[in-house]
Ligand binder design. Structure first.
Ligand code: ADP
Ligand code: ZN
Length: 743
C-alpha cells in the first residue's frame, strides 16, 4: 500500500458532502479506505470514515487529521460501494447510511475488549524458597502453591475466589517477582454456558435435493449468479436446505450470512445453526438487537477477523463484515420487518441482492408466501425459482375451515369472541391433550372506551387513534406513541356513568378462554406480557413440553415456530389487516393466514385451522383456504398492474409533518408544485393529502405519493428538488423509497 498524503472522508453528521484532509507522516502507515479517523470540523472535532485516499488535493487550507480511531479499516471496498448505492437509491445522505452500516460500538470505538488479569508462576521455585515464604508470609505461600499446582494460566479473579485470598496477597507475590500478571482480552459470548448438540445433515427428499443443487451450481459459478427464490410450503424443509448450502460455501473456504426476521431469531433457530456447525464454537456469530454493547463489539470483531464464517442475524446483519462472502440467505423474505422504518429506510432483502451482485456471491430468498415483488421477479426470469410443494414426510397441509362471523352474529345474537365451532374444537383438543394456538393481531383488552350516552371515544391526545384499555395494567394506552392515561369512571365529555368497552384484544381473548375452560392452562404471548427478559424463551419452552394447553398471541407466535403437538389454530379475526388503506393489505392477509396456519399439524396428526372472518369471500381468505399461492398471486398481480403499484412501478412516499397543521399542509403543497416542475410525464405524482394517520405523536402529517419505473432517476430528482426548497424550521420531511408503511 502506498502511504496516502490526503484522504477524503464522510463525517458522522449529515452535511451532505465529503471533505478532504491531509495525513501526517506518522499516521500515514495506518490509514486506508474504510478506516475510522478523528478530524477537525469547524471549531470542533468529528469522527469520520475514509472513503478514498488521494495523492493530491486541490482544496485550499487543508487541515490534517487528528487521529486514527480503532484498529485498521472497518469497512471493506464492497461495503463502501454498497453504501454509495444505498445513498442514491434510498435518497438519503451517505452519512446516514454509514450509521446503519457500522454498529455504534465500532463507529465510536468507545467500548473495547474486556480485559482480565491472568497469572502464572514467573519462574521455577525450589523447595527452600517455598519454606522461607511459608514462614514469612503464609498466605502468599498458600496462593503461590495453588498457582503452581494449576500448571496453566488462570484468571486472577477465579483463583482468588477459589482460595478465598485477597488481591493484596496477589500483588505482594507479584512484587516479589514470583508470579507474572498478564492482561488479556476475553470474549463476551452471548451464548456462554450453553451447549449446542451437534447435528448432522439429513437425507434430502427429491424437491429439497433439486433446490440444493440449484444453489450449489450457483456457488460454483460465481461470476453471474441470479438470486434464487425458494418457494416452499411451511414445513417443507427449507432450513435444512440452507444448512447444507452453507456447508457447501464453507467447503469452498468461504462464508455466509443468514438473515431472519427479528421475531424468528428464537433460541430454537440459533440452536439449529450453532448445532450444525458445532465443530468450532466460534464458527457462528449471532447479531440481534438484544446484544449488549460489549457483546456486539466482540461478535463484530469475531466476524471481521474471519474467525466466524457464518453470521445469523436480523436486518442489519446484511452488513456483516465477512470477507470472502459466498452466500446470503434471506429467510421469510416477504417479512416487512426487513424494512427499516427510519433513515436510511432500506429493505434488507433488496440490499442483500445488491450486496450479492457487488461481491459476486449467491443470494437465496426463502418463503412459504413470497412477496409479490420477488415472485414476479422469479416468473419473469430475473430470479431463479425452486419450488417445494410437499411438507417433509408427506405430512398433510392443515384443513382450513372458514367461520363466517356474519352468520354467527345472526344466529348467536351476542357478539362472542369465539364461535361455537371453534370452542368445540378447543374442547376436543383439551380432551385429547393436544395443543391450541389462538391468534389475534391486536394487543390489550378492549380497543376503545366509548360513552354510550354522548358517543365520545377516548382518543390519544397526540395521535388520531383511540386509546386501548389494558386490564392487567388497569390503564388506557396509545399503541403508537406510548401515552398512557387513567381509566375514567365517568365520561369526561358528558359526565354520565355510561362508559362501555368496545372491541377486543389478546388480553380479552386470554381471559375469555380461561373463563370458558377453567381447567386449561392458558398463556398469552404479546409485547405486553413478554416484557420480562427470558419470558419469551420460558413461555416457548413451557409450550413445547406441554405445560401450556392454549397459547394466545399476536404475530409474535405467527412465525417460524415448530410445535408437533399443536393440532389446532384459531384465527380470531382475519379482517384486521384487510381494511387498512394500504395496497398490500390483501397480500399481508394472505401471508398471515398461510403462515399462522402453518403452525398447525407439524407432527403426526393433521392440523386444523379455523379462520373467523366477516369477509369470507375475499380473495385473500379464499386462496389461503385452498393453499393456492399461484391463484392468489395471479389475481393480486392483475390488481397491481391495473393500479400502477409495485412490482410494476416503484413508489416513493414523502411525509411532511409539523406540530403546526397549516404549515405542514402548505409545505406539502409547495413541494408538490416543485415536483411537478421537476418530474417528467413518465412519473405519476399524487396530490398532497392528509395521511391516513393524520396525527402522530403530536405532529400533523401529509403524504405525497410518487410512482415510476426508473427509480434511481426519480430518487435523484426528488433529492434535488428537496435540496433546493427551504422548509420552515418546524417542518420535517421524510422520504421513503419502496414504502411499506402507508399510514
Ligand atoms: P421450513 O423451514 O420449510 O418450515 P424446516 O426446515 O423447519 O421447514 O423443516 C421442518 C422439520 O422437518 C424440521 O424438524 C426438520 O428437521 C425436518 N426435516 C427437514 N428436512 C428433512 C428431511 N429431508 N428428512 C427428514 N426430516 C427433515
Ligand atoms: Zn398516541
Amino acid at each position: 500500500m502506498m502511504k496516502p498524503s490526503y484522504i477524503r472522508v464522510v463525517i458522522d453528521r449529515a452535511i451532505h458532502r465529503q471533505l478532504d484532509y491531509s495525513v501526517p507522516e506518522t499516521l500515514a502507515e495506518r490509514v486506508d479506505v474504510g478506516s475510522r479517523v478523528r478530524v477537525p470540523f469547524r471549531d470542533k472535532s468529528a469522527l469520520a470514515t475514509v472513503v478514498a485516499t488521494l495523492e493530491q488535493s486541490n482544496v485550499g487550507g487543508i487541515r490534517p487529521i487528528e487521529a486514527i480511531v480503532g484498529e485498521g479499516p472497518v469497512l471493506s471496498e464492497p461495503l463502501l460501494e454498497l453504501a454509495k448505492w444505498m445513498s442514491a437509491y434510498y435518497c438519503c445522505p451517505i452519512e446516514t447510511v454509514m450509521r446503519s452500516l457500522l454498529p455504534q460500538v465500532i463507529r465510536k470505538a468507545e467500548i473495547g475488549w474486556k480485559k482480565q488479569l491472568f497469572l502464572q508462576p514467573a519462574r521455577k521455585i525450589d523447595n527452600e524458597e517455598f519454606e522461607n515464604l511459608r514462614k514469612r508470609a503464609p498466605r502468599q505461600a498458600e496462593l503461590l502453591e495453588a498457582i503452581v499446582r494449576l500448571n496453566s494460566p488462570i484468571r486472577a479473579a477465579e483463583l482468588l475466589r477459589k482460595t478465598s485470598l485477597d488481591n493484596q496477597t496477589l500483588r505482594a507475590l507479584a512484587k516479589r517477582g514470583l508470579v507474572e500478571l498478564r492482561e488479556e482480552a476475553v470474549e463476551r459470548d452471548p451464548h456462554a454456558g450453553e451447549q449446542f448438540v451437534a447435528t448432522s445433515k439429513l437425507e434430502l427428499n427429491a424437491e429439497q435435493a433439486a433446490a440444493l443443487k440449484q444453489i450449489a451450481d450457483a456457488l460454483a459459478s460465481p461470476e453471474n449468479p441470479r438470486p434464487i427464490l425458494v418457494h416452499g410450503v411451511t414445513g417443507s424443509g427449507k432450513t435444512e436446505i440452507y444448512l447444507q448450502a452453507i456447508r457447501a460455501a464453507l467447503d469452498r473456504g468461504r462464508s455466509a450470512i443468514v438473515l431472519v426476521p427479528e421475531i424468528s431469531l428464537t433460541p430454537q433457530t440459533v440452536e439449529r445453526f450453532k448445532g450444525r456447525f458445532a465443530e468450532a464454537r466460534d464458527a457462528v456469530a449471532v447479531l440481534h438487537s438484544h446484544l449488549s454493547g460489549g457483546e456486539r463489539h466482540d461478535e463484530w470483531h469475531k466476524i471481521h477477523s474471519g474467525r466466524a464464517r457464518i453470521v445469523i442475524g436480523a436486518r442489519s446483519a446484511v452488513f456483516a463484515p465477512l470477507k470472502n462472502l459466498a452466500l446470503i440467505i434471506v429467510d421469510e423474505e416477504h417479512e416487512t420487518t426487513y424494512k427499516q422504518e427510519e433513515a436510511p429506510r432500506y429493505h434488507a432483502r433488496d440490499v442483500a441482492v445488491v450486496r450479492a451482485k457487488i461481491e459476486k456471491c449467491t443470494v437465496v430468498l426463502g418463503s412459504a408466501t413470497p412477496s409479490l415483488e420477488s415472485y414476479h421477479n422469479a416468473t419473469t426470469g430475473k430470479y431463479e425459482l425452486a419450488t417445494l410443494t410437499q411438507r417433509v414426510d408427506e405430512r398433510q397441509m392443515p384443513l382450513m375451515r372458514i367461520v363466517d362471523l356474519r352468520q354467527v352474529r345472526r344466529k348467536e345474537k351476542t357478539m362472542s369472541i369465539l364461535s361455537e365451532k371453534l370452542l368445540q374444537a378447543i374442547a376436543d383438543r383439551l380432551e385429547k391433550r393436544e395443543q391450541t394456538i389462538l391468534f389475534l393481531n391486536r394487543r390489550g383488552f378492549s380497543t376503545s372506551l366509548l360513552c354510550s350516552n354522548c358517543g365520545e371515544a377516548r382518543d390519544c391526545p397526540n395521535c388520531s387513534v383511540a386509546l386501548t384499555f389494558h386490564r392487567h395494567a388497569a390503564r388506557l394506552s396509545c399503541h403508537l406513541c406510548g401515552h398512557t392515561a387513567a381509566v375514567p369512571k365517568k365520561c369526561p365529555a358528558c359526565g354520565q356513568d355510561a362508559l362501555i368497552y368496545a372491541g377486543f384484544g389478546t388480553e380479552k381473548v386470554e381471559s375469555t378462554v380461561a373463563q370458558i375452560f377453567p381447567k386449561a392452562i392458558v398463556r398469552r404471548m404479546d409485547a405486553d406480557s413478554m416484557t420480562r427478559k427470558d419470558a419469551y424463551r420460558e413461555t416457548l419452552r413451557n409450550f413445547r413440553v406441554g405445560k401450556i394447553d392454549i397459547l394466545v398471541g399476536t404475530q409474535m407466535i405467527a412465525k417460524g415456530l415448530h410445535f408437533p403437538n399443536v393440532t389446532l389454530v384459531g384465527i380470531i379475526n382475519a379482517d384486521l389487516a384487510l381494511h387498512l388503506p394500504d395496497f398490500r393489505a390483501g397480500e399481508r392477509t394472505f401471508q398471515l393466514l398461510t403462515q399462522v396456519a402453518g403452525r398447525a399439524g407439524r407432527g403426526e396428526r393433521t392440523g386444523e385451522v379455523f379462520v373467523q372472518t366477516y369477509t369470507p369471500f375475499s380473495p385473500s381468505v379464499q386462496f389461503a383456504r385452498q393453499h393456492d399461492f399461484a391463484g392468489y398471486f395471479q389475481q393480486e398481480l392483475e390488481f397491481r398492474e391495473r393500479c400502477d403499484f409495485p412490482p410494476f412501478k416503484h413508489a416513493i412516499l414523502i411525509t411532511v409533518r409539523s406540530a403546526h397543521e397549516g404549515r405542514a399542509k402548505l409545505s406539502a403543497e409547495t413541494l408538490v408544485r416543485r415536483l411537478k416542475e421537476a418530474l417528467g410525464s413518465e412519473f405519476i405524482l399524487g396530490d398532497a393529502t392528509p395521511a391516513p394517520l393524520q396525527k402522530l405523536q403530536g405532529q400533523f402529517r401529509f403524504h405525497i405519493l410518487l410512482r415510476g419505473g426508473a427509480i434511481m432517476r426519480l430518487s435523484r430528482l426528488v433529492r434535488e428538488t428537496l435540496d433546493k426548497l427551504p422548509f420552515p424550521e418546524d417542518v420535517a420531511v421524510a422520504v421513503d423509497v419502496d414504502p411499506y408503511q402507508l399510514l
